[in-house]
Ligand binder design. Structure first.
Ligand code: PGA
Length: 255
């Protein structure tokens, strides 16, 4: 069942990012102080960059023990080397882990962060191990999710089953094209990826969905009018989650 809810609409991308960072920060403080641990589900792409920037500034002002913060990412290209500047491992290193470790020395990203291994020799074994890792951590406390123009979440392309788990997937041509802006040419974009499944994502205790810019307006419009989740729009399964919030900016809003 789709629940009734309304997105939080912000004037612009920076305000959206600042508000999202405050939410993550509050949950993190609460998780670390009450449970002694916090598992942050991370996304990559252009959308969460601002959130990470604001989160680092907020955490720089706090004296929080981040030795019990764990991050777990939605997905990674396959195959790809960690050292490749386009790997999601590298994205996390530069946008969150290293700057965070620089302002808070209790955060050791070597041992506290997880991204599916794009260098794995056996992708299926890697995917199973990734699911086990998430379970062993006690699940994701809050998962940040961006939305593809085709409605994908993580690299769960349209047609992905609602109960899918971490697995190898083939990217849709629209995704390859959208992501080619980060690569020298479309031919350089890996055509496969390892991604948490929709079922994996839905097990997060809370989900924070971010969407910014007019390119996302059509897919959001399609979401708002749905009465039931559909495999044609992977993001529609998020609407069935009991603790989901959508933070969008005015450009992504539809009339
Ligand atoms: P973007 O990607 O944040 O770069 O728009 C979102 C996605 O494809 O999931």
């Amino acid at each position: 069942m789709v629940q009734s809810f309304s997105p939080h609409v912000f004037a612009d991308y920076d305000q959206l990012s600042a508000a999202a960072a405050r939410v993550v920060m509050e949950k993190m403080v609460m998780g670390i102080e009450t449970k002694g641990k916090f598992v942050l589900g991370c996304a990559t792409g252009s959308t969460p960059e601002g959130l990470y920037k604001h989160l680092i500034s907020l955490l720089a002002k706090q004296d929080l023990d981040l030795s019990r913060l764990y991050t777990v990412n939605l997905d990674e290209y396959f195959p790809i080397k960690r050292s490749d500047p386009q790997s999601y491992y590298h994205f996390m290193l530069t946008h969150l882990w290293q700057p965070l470790a620089a302002v808070n020395s209790s955060f050791d990203y070597q041992s506290q962060t997880f991204v599916p291994n794009g260098e794995a020799t056996d992708a299926d074994t890697e995917c199973r191990a990734y699911e086990e890792k998430i379970k062993a951590m006690g699940g994701v406390d809050i998962q940040i999710v961006g939305i593809g123009v085709n409605g994908h979440i993580g690299f769960n392309e349209p047609g992905s089953p609602a109960d899918s788990r971490t697995r190898t997937v083939t990217l849709e041509s629209s995704t390859v094209e959208a992501n080619s802006r980060f690569f020298g040419s479309i031919d350089q974009v890996p055509k496969q990826a390892l991604t948490m499944g929709i079922g994996t994502i839905l097990e997060a205790k809370e989900i924070l969905v971010l969407a910014s810019g007019k390119a996302k307006a059509p897919i959001l419009k399609a979401l708002w009018v749905l009465e039931e989740p559909t495999v044609a729009i992977p993001a529609s399964w998020l609407l069935s989650h009991p603790q989901v919030s959508f933070f969008i900016d005015r450009e992504a809003q539809t009339e």
